[in-house]
Design a protein. Structure first.
Length: 431
C-alpha cells in the first residue's frame, strides 16, 4: 500500500488547499501521472504519483487544508502494474461466468473502497454508500446524513451538487414554514434576520490566494508607516520614441516595445541614486540590496500576483519586455512557479491598463517602495507663460515606508523617474 503525501513546496510554505482531485478512487494511475492539484499562497502545484497502481482512498476533500508531509491518499501499488487491457470486441473470454456471479464480485470491490462509517443497514446486510470526498465534507459541515440525500447517479454515488441541492431544498422548506407561521402584523426584521430574507445572495468561498492577499495587505498597513507621494509625467517623448522605433524594435527582437521597459529602466536608475528604496527592514537592521529584481504586478485569474524580472539593471529594453511578456502569460495560464514570485526588491504596478487615473498603491512587503502607473490622458499643459498645449499626461504615485525613507528622498526619487521618462534617450546612458 503506497501513500500520496504533500511534498516540500517551498521554504516559506508549510500547507496548501486541495483545489481538485485529478484522479478518483478506483482509477488506475501510472507512475508520473498527476493525481491532485494543490493551491498554495502563491501558486498551484500538481502532485504526481511515484508508483503505478490503483487509487484506493482519498483522505482529504476538495477545499481541505493539508500540511507538508501529510498523507492525502493511498495507492495500492503493484509491481509491474499496468493499465488494464480492454479486450477486443471480437474476442471472448474462454470461460464466461454467469451474470449472477459477477454482481457480488463487483459489490465486493465497492465495499472495499467505501468507508463503512456511514453505511445504513437493512437486516443483517450492509448497503454501502459511495460519496465523493467533497460531498462528505459538505455533508459534515451542514449536518446532513448522506443516506438522506437523493442522487440521480446510476451507481448511487453522492456528489457535492447533490448535497447542495438537498440543502437548498431543506432551506426553502424551512422558509415556507417560517412564512406560514408569521403573525399578521410582523415587526421590522433585525439586521441579523435580514440575512435570511428572500433576497438573492451568493456565498462563495475565498480562494487560498485571495485570503493570503487580504492577510498580507492588512499586515503591511498595520506594520509599515506607509505614505504616498504623487507626480505627473509628460509622456510625449516616450510615445514619440515608441512610434518611431516600434516596427524596427519588433522586427529585431520579436517583442513589442511597451511602456514597462521605460519605467523599469527609470526605476532602476532612481534606485541606484536613492538606495534606501531598494532595502528592507530586518529587526533593527537595514538590508540594502545591491541587486535590482523588479516585481511587475500582473492580474491573474485568482488575484493579483507579482512575478519578478531578475537583474533588471543588466537587461536591455528587449530583455525586459520579453521577460514581462513571458511572466504575464504564465500568470494568465496559472503556470507561475514559486521561483518566479520570490525575492523582488521593488514593485511596479500599472492600474492604467484598467483605466485608473490615480490611486494609492499598497506596499508589497517586505519591500519599502512601490511605483504606481496610471492611465495616459490628454490634458492642457502650460508650456510657457503664453502657450498651452494638450499633452499625454500620466499621474505616477510612489508609496513608501516612512520608517526608513524620508519624504525628501521619496519625492526626489519620484522626480528622478519623471525626469528620465521625459527624456527617454537619457535612459540609454544610465549604467
Amino acid at each position: 500500500m503506497g501513500e500520496i503525501k504533500v511534498p516540500e513546496l517551498a521554504e516559506s510554505i508549510s500547507e496548501g488547499t486541495v483545489a481538485q482531485w485529478l484522479k478518483q478512487v478506483g482509477d488506475f494511475v501510472e507512475k508520473g501521472d498527476y493525481i491532485v492539484e494543490l493551491e498554495t499562497d502563491k501558486v498551484n502545484v500538481e502532485i504526481t504519483a511515484e508508483d503505478s497502481g490503483v487509487l484506493t482512498e482519498l483522505l482529504a476533500g476538495e477545499g481541505d487544508t493539508v500540511q507538508v508531509g501529510e498523507t492525502i491518499a493511498r495507492l495500492e501499488a503493484k509491481e509491474g502494474a499496468s493499465a488494464p487491457a480492454v479486450p477486443k470486441a471480437e474476442e471472448k473470454p474462454a470461460e464466461e461466468a454467469p451474470k449472477q456471479e459477477a454482481a457480488p464480485a463487483q459489490q465486493k470491490t465497492v465495499e472495499e473502497v467505501a468507508p463503512a462509517a456511514e453505511a445504513p443497514q437493512q437486516g443483517n446486510q450492509k448497503q454501502w454508500l459511495i460519496a465523493s470526498p467533497a460531498a462528505r465534507k459538505a455533508a459534515r459541515e451542514r449536518g446532513i446524513k448522506l443516506d438522506q440525500v437523493p442522487t440521480t447517479d446510476p451507481l448511487g454515488r453522492v456528489r457535492k451538487h447533490d448535497i447542495d441541492s438537498y440543502a437548498d431544498q431543506k432551506s426553502n422548506e424551512q422558509k415556507q414554514q417560517a412564512q406560514a407561521s408569521k403573525p399578521a402584523n410582523p415587526v421590522s426584521p433585525s439586521p441579523a434576520a435580514s440575512e435570511n430574507s428572500d433576497k438573492p445572495v451568493e456565498r462563495e468561498r475565498m480562494s487560498r490566494r485571495r485570503q493570503t492577499i487580504a492577510k498580507r495587505l492588512v499586515e503591511v498597513q498595520q506594520t509599515a508607516a506607509m505614505l504616498t507621494t504623487f507626480n505627473e509625467v509628460d509622456m510625449t517623448a516616450v510615445m514619440a520614441l515608441r512610434k518611431r522605433r516600434k516596427d524596427k524594435f519588433f522586427e529585431q527582437h520579436d517583442v513589442r516595445l511597451g511602456f514597462m521597459s521605460f519605467f523599469t529602466k527609470a526605476v532602476v536608475a532612481a534606485l541606484k541614486k536613492y538606495p534606501l528604496l531598494n532595502a528592507e527592514i530586518q529587526g533593527n537592521e537595514l538590508l540594502i540590496k545591491k541587486f535590482y529584481d523588479i516585481g511587475i504586478a500582473v492580474s491573474a485569474p485568482d488575484g493579483l500576483v507579482v512575478p519578478v524580472v531578475r537583474d533588471a539593471d543588466r537587461k536591455t529594453f528587449a530583455g525586459i519586455e520579453g521577460s514581462i511578456v513571458d511572466l504575464a502569460k504564465k500568470a494568465r495560464d496559472n503556470k507561475l512557479a514559486l521561483k518566479d514570485l520570490q525575492g523582488g526588491t521593488f514593485t511596479i504596478t500599472n492600474g492604467g491598463v484598467f483605466g485608473s487615473l490615480m490611486s494609492t498603491p499598497i506596499l508589497n512587503g517586505p519591500q519599502v517602495g512601490i511605483l504606481g502607473m496610471h492611465k495616459v490622458q490628454l490634458r492642457p499643459v502650460a508650456i510657457d507663460e503664453e502657450r498651452i498645449e494638450n499633452r499625454p499626461m500620466m499621474y505616477i504615485a510612489l508609496s513608501y515606508d516612512h520608517r526608513i525613507v524620508d519624504g525628501k528622498e521619496a519625492v526626489s526619487f519620484l522626480a528622478t523617474v519623471k525626469e528620465l521618462l521625459e527624456d527617454p534617450e537619457s535612459l540609454l546612458l544610465e549604467g
